[in-house]
Structures are given as C-alpha cells and as structure tokens.
Ligand binder design. Structure first.
Ligand code: ADP
Length: 476
C-alpha cells in the first residue's frame, strides 16, 4: 500500500498534475491581485471624478446665482442663506444620490452643510491645504477614511466628500469571491491536469508495457508508435533502433560462442580420439611417439585458440595497455623479419625485408610484432611453397608510412574480402583445405592496428600477389 502510494507520488503523472494545479492557483491569485488593484484604481478615479464634478457643479450654480451671503436679504421663500443653497443643490444639481457630504464655506465661514454631516466639519489640514483631493478619517462620520474634494473660487470653498466604506465593501466582496473560488479552481485544475497528463502519458505506459515484454528471445518485436513525429514517436524510434543494435550484438555474441565452442571442440575431439585408439591396444614406442606428437600439436592449437580468444576479449573490454615508443621503422622491420624468418623454414619460404624509409614511427613493439607475425604466418601458410614473402616499408606521404606483407599464392576471392577480418572467418571452409588456424588471426591484427590509430588494407589478386598493408603515422 505504502509502496504503491510512493510509486504514485513519484510518478510523472502526479508531478505534472501537481505543477499544473499550483500554476493554475498561482495564476488565479495573480489575476485576483491584478483585478483588485485595477478595480480599486478605477473606483477611486470614478469617485474622484464624480466628487469633482459635483463640486464644480455646485460652484457653478453658487457663482451663477451670484450669491452674496454678506448681503443676504431674507424674503418669503428663503429665510436664511442656507435655505437658498439647499434649494440650489436639490433643484439644480438634481439629487445627491450617493448621499455625499457637502459643505460650502464663504469667507472661511460655513454657510452650508448637508444634514448627514451632523454639524461635523469638512476641512483640509493645514499642510494639505494646497491639495484639492484628500483622504481623512473622522470616526463620528465614518469608520473608514473619507475621500474629500475641495474647490476654491473667490470667497467660496466647496467641499464634497464620500466615505470609502462602499469601495472597501466592493473590494472585500471581490476578495471573498476569489477566496471562495480558489478551492473550486484547485479541484478543477487537479481534475483537468490529471486528465491531460493521463492522456499525454498513456503512450508512455504503452511503451513501458511493451518494453517489459521484450526479452532476448523476442528482439524481433517492435514498439509501436514510430509513425508519430512528436517526442514519443522519436523516443519509440530510438528505442527500436537500440533494440535492433542489441539484437545484432546478441546474434554476434551467440555466433561467437558457437564458433568458439566449435573450434575448441575439434582439437579436443582429435585429442580424445587419438588417446582412445592408443589406449585400446598395445603400440610400439614409435607409434606412441606419433600419438604424443599429434596430441602435442593439437594442444598447441588449443593454446593458440585460447590465447587469441583471451586477447580478443581483452580488446573488447579495453583492458589492454598500449606502451608506444618511438622507433626507426627500417630497424623495426629488419629485426622483426630476423625474428620471424624461422616460420618459413618448413615450406622453404624466404622472408625478405625491403625498407629504406629513414622514418620513425610510434608503436607498441610487442603488439605490432604480434600483428606482423600473424600476417607473415598467413603469408607463409597460404603462399606458394619455395617462394618469398616480403616485409616492406614505404613512405606514402610526408606524414604517413606503409608496412606491407606480400606473398604469391592462391589469394583471396574478391567476394570474401569484406569478411576477411571477421572473427572465425576462414576462406578454407569454402576451399575445403585443412591449412591454418581458426580464423582469429586477422581480427587480432585489425584490433592491434586500430589501437595504433592506423588503418589496414588488403589487396589480393587470386593466383598472384596478396598484400596486407598497414598505414600509420610517420613522426619524422
Ligand atoms: P587463420 O587462423 O585461419 O589463418 P586468419 O584470420 O589469420 O585465420 O585468416 C583468415 C583467412 O584469411 C584465412 O583462413 C585465409 O583463408 C585467409 N588469408 C589470410 N591471409 C592470407 C594470404 N596471405 N593469402 C591467402 N589467404 C589468406
């Protein structure tokens, strides 16, 4: 249960939904803040505008009537100047709909104020006197600050004011609406985010399900969805490519183990067979020597195969240490030939050196001798008897040298050249000849050459010359 919950909480679906909801909520809050301030400014602007308009209108009427409060003469209609002002306000400025506070001062004496002022006074403090818009607090009039506009003209000062309570109420309602909406927004965003992420991740689920089904036994199967050009399509394509590469590697490894087992089995079968025959009946000492000789050859062959396999696996796992040294190419080829001359004795083949390059190269002597001995061994094995094998050194350009091993002989058919460096590949299997090893020699050569950042080429004219050449960096 806990494990399942842990899995769910760490899933991309959960995280996407959570982020989506948080983003949604943050947006709602930002929007709320924006609307709040926008509304506050608009309401204040409107209020200021309406206060100013009302003050202007009052001033206009008061000055139109040319009211001279100092020289007011009571008559049957107006017994004092205040009645006159009231009349003006109600008749000429329509209704004081919002129940604003209105006060008119004449020569700094209050000549009129609306009833809602309850004998209280609208005034601007001294330091704000220069302003014509001001907020002030007067607890007897309103809990909230009061917005007041003041207009001066001649002896008149018109004050029109309005408590900001209404604006606060409107804004508070807005805040309440947003607070109430927040959980609804959150739930909707969780559901929406959940649906969207589930929909977009359903293809990932399909990919996971399919990859779970793929094992070494069904690497032919493909994950479907390559046809889409989006990220999932590209992911599926890359995964299918990876599966093909794994399939090729596994096939190669299988082939390698089959070939290795096969090659190891042959000498072992011979060893076993010959030993069994020798044990069946009594033999003369010469016959025993023959059997031992043959067994000895087979064990040598086995050791060679195992050495090569060991070497190849070391190369595959990059655990070979390469110790390069600067060396004269001509001297290196001469000493190698001297060392390997003995290989040709049996077939009466002379190994000759042809190198006057005056060049230096950087190589691991031990590894390069092993590569050249494999090539020379092949040239002797597959070359014409009583002929020569040449070990040649040449400068091919200012910065490259070529080391070649040439022999005359049957050569290698053109169609087999591309496979010649493959592990366990032998031309003899089609030629049906028993000469040689198991087809690992050239793959070892290729690996050594690659480790020297060099290239190997082959040029073979069947029935004539076969040339293996290594092209490498010349250092002087
Ligand atoms: P092997 O142990 O069989 O010699 P290699 O990997 O050294 O294996 O060589 C692979 C095959 O290439 C050999 O079986 C042989 O048929 C062919 N080959 C290599 N060198 C020569 C050559 N100089 N002339 C003709 N065929 C060659």
């Amino acid at each position: 249960m806990f494990q399942k919950l842990k899995l769910f909480v760490s899933s991309t679906r959960f995280k996407t939904t959570l982020w989506y909801s948080i983003l949604f909520l943050a947006l709602e809050i930002l929007l709320g803040i924006f609307i709040y301030f926008y509304l506050y400014n608009t309401l204040m602007d409107n209020l200021d505008f309406s206060l100013k308009s009302q003050a202007k209108a009052i001033l206009h009427v008061v000055s139109e009537k040319k009211m001279d409060i100092d020289h007011f003469v009571p008559d049957s209609i107006y017994s004092d100047p205040e009645d006159l002002v009231w009349d003006i306000i109600y008749n000429e400025i329509a209704f004081n709909l919002r129940n604003n506070f209105i006060q008119i001062n004449f020569k700094d004496k209050i000549v009129f104020r609306t009833a809602n002022l309850n004998d209280d006074t609208l005034y601007f403090p001294k330091r704000q006197a220069a302003m014509n818009l001001f907020n002030f607090t007067d607890s007897t009039l309103s809990e909230k600050p009061i917005r007041c506009v003041k207009l001066n003209s001649g002896h008149y000062k018109i004050f029109v004011a309005f408590p900001l309570q209404n604006i606060s109420q409107t804004l508070n309602s807005l805040v309440h609406i947003f607070i109430m909406l927040a959980p609804i927004f959150f739930i909707v965003s969780i559901i929406g985010g959940g649906i969207i992420s589930a929909k977009s991740l359903s293809r990932i689920d399909a990919i996971i399900k399919k990859t779970e089904e793929i094992t070494a036994l069904n690497l032919d199967e493909k994950i479907s969805g390559e046809k889409y050009s989006d990220e999932y399509g590209r992911l599926v394509k890359k995964m299918n490519e990876m599966i093909s590469r794994i399939k090729t590697s596994i096939e190669y490894m299988n082939q390698f183990s089959i070939s290795a087992a096969h090659e190891l089995k042959t000498p072992l079968t011979i060893l076993r067979g010959e030993t069994e025959i020798a044990l069946k009946s009594r033999k003369t000492p010469e016959e025993y020597i023959e059997v031992l000789k043959s067994n000895y050859e087979e064990t040598i062959r086995l050791t060679k195969i195992i050495d090569n396999l060991f070497f190849i696996s070391k190369i595959d796992h990059s655990i070979i240490e390469i110790k390069k040294e600067r060396i004269s190419l001509d001297e290196f080829l001469a000493s190698t030939a001297k060392h390997l001359k003995i290989l040709g004795l049996e077939r009466n083949i002379d190994l000759v050196v042809d190198s006057a390059t005056n060049s230096f190269v950087e190589l691991d002597k031990e590894l390069m001798i092993q590569a050249l001995s494999n090539l020379i061994d092949n040239a002797i094995k597959y070359g014409e008897e009583s002929n020569t094998v040449t070990l040649k050194g040449e400068n091919v350009s200012t910065d490259k040298v070529k080391i070649s091993v040439l022999n005359k002989g049957e050569g290698i058919p053109e169609e087999m050249l591309p496979k010649i460096f493959d592990r366990f590949f032998r031309v003899e299997s089609s030629r049906n000849r028993s000469t040689g090893g198991v087809g690992l020699g050239l793959s070892v050569v290729k690996a050594i050459v690659s480790w020297h950042n060099a290239e190997i080429y082959i040029n073979s004219i069947p029935g004539d010359t076969t040339e293996f050449s290594i092209v490498m960096q010349r250092i002087s």
